[in-house]
Design a protein around this ligand. Structure first.
Ligand code: PLP
Length: 398
């Protein structure tokens, strides 16, 4: 079938919830992808910050193949070895105490929020609580995650939200303070906002937030689904400043392509939070998904993936700054590590489509920001290749 035939069939059968690029991807190799017509693309999107290790990593693929032949699924009525090892490694990487594996980022956020609500219920005896979230945040599409997502457009058509959320402004501690009431049980934020426009929380703001939460007995939840797993040069973005949450959510690069997420908490929270019967999942933490987590965490450790990100970031930032300097339509550069945005003065869709024609895959974050979330294993030559294509694409687009 030709690529166009495949696309026509997809548009007939799949629910139309995405405006997809007119490309059917077929296979990947390192930091390159190929479509079903054999065209090659440099990938600066990584399946939305997922494929941190690139495509075809032998150690990762080998671990998954071995697990397929052994055991794929057990249910959570039983223990399984990959989940046990993955939990221990994730604890070590995060410094958190308890792990619950989920199937996605939204589910990790759901679990994190439920854990905070249950903690507050145990402590106060009341289920009437509020959560503070942030404008422009993104936490996922399920109801609980949607309820704390700071984009009214995503929430509006879907009726009453299952929990009471108030929205503050990132990096504005006064706006958070003005949302606090005696019912506030948690604050949830992305340490670097992803979908909302690559906005890093400042160290000062995170310190003030941690202090505010400690003073008021409010739990601090970090959504590390996009900014975690080495993307900012630290295993988790909060580790850059050492400001630790009470609960955190992870996913995306956690499985590097296998759908898996996790929420983690401190022992203090765990003691008064979710108990048998409060939360569960059929697939979550199954041996296949957690074999992926084990492989990912082993490779991150042995190859010091966060270290590579710290090493390559200055060159990446230099390259983006020089692009910004050379094009009047680019207003600035924003982000952290290998999670960056070029801020344009107009919609970036034409740039993305011109880049695609020239063999570079990019995404946006909002209409006017070009987002860079490449595989974490990129080298300088890939950054140069990206910049060369992007220069042509911007010139062609505008
Ligand atoms: C992608 C994302 C989610 C949702 O993850 P899914 O796996 O798509 O459900 C949640 N939070 C953040 C910060 C994300 O970037």
């Amino acid at each position: 079938m030709t690529m166009q035939n495949l696309i026509d069939e997809a548009e007939r059968d799949l629910l139309h919830t995405y405006n997809r690029y007119p490309v059917v991807l077929d296979r990947g190799e390192g930091v390159y992808l190929y479509d079903t017509d054999g065209k090659k693309y440099l990938d600066f999107m990584a399946g939305i910050a997922v494929f941190a290790l690139g495509y075809g990593n032998e150690r990762y693929n080998g671990a998954l193949k071995a697990q397929i032949d052994k055991l794929l699924h057990t249910s959570n009525y039983f223990y399984n070895e990959p989940a046990i090892h993955a939990a221990a490694k994730l604890k070590e990487a995060s410094g958190m105490d308890r792990v619950f594996f989920t199937n996605s980022g939204a589910e990790a956020v759901e679990g994190a929020v439920k854990a905070a609500m249950k903690y507050a219920y145990t402590v106060t005896g009341s289920a009437d609580h509020e959560i503070i979230a942030f404008n422009h945040s993104f936490h996922g599409r399920t109801y609980g995650a949607l309820a704390v997502t700071g984009n009214a457009h995503y929430r509006e058509p879907f009726g009453a939200m299952p929990l009471n959320a108030k929205f503050a402004d990132i990096n504005d501690i006064e706006s958070v303070k003005s949302c606090v009431t005696e019912k506030t049980c948690a604050v949830i934020l992305e340490v670097v906002q992803g979908e909302g426009g690559l906005i890093p929380a400042t160290e000062e703001f995170l310190r003030e937030l941690r202090a505010l939460c400690d003073e008021k007995g409010i739990l601090l939840i970090f959504d590390e689904v996009q900014c975690g797993m080495g993307r900012t040069g630290f295993m988790f973005a909060w580790q850059r400043f050492g400001i630790k949450p009470d609960i955190m959510a992870s996913a995306k690069a956690l499985g590097c392509g296998v759908p898996v997420g996790a929420f983690l908490m401190t022992e203090k929270v765990a003691e008064s939070s979710l108990k048998p019967g409060d939360h569960g999942t059929t697939y979550g933490g199954n041996p296949f998904a957690t074999a992926a987590v084990n492989a990912v965490l082993d490779i991150y450790k042995d190859e010091d993936i966060p270290g590579h990100v710290r090493e390559i970031t200055p060159y990446f930032e230099e390259t983006l700054n020089s692009l910004a300097a050379d094009f009047d339509c680019i207003k600035g550069v924003r982000g952290c590590g290998l999670m960056q945005g070029l801020i344009f003065d107009r919609p970036v869709a034409p740039v993305i489509s011109e880049a695609m024609k020239r063999g570079l895959i990019m995404i946006n974050a909002g209409a006017e920001i070009l987002r860079f979330v490449p595989p974490l294993v990129i080298e300088k030559e890939h950054i140069d290749e990206m910049a060369a294509i992007l220069r042509e694409a911007i010139a062609a687009a505008f």
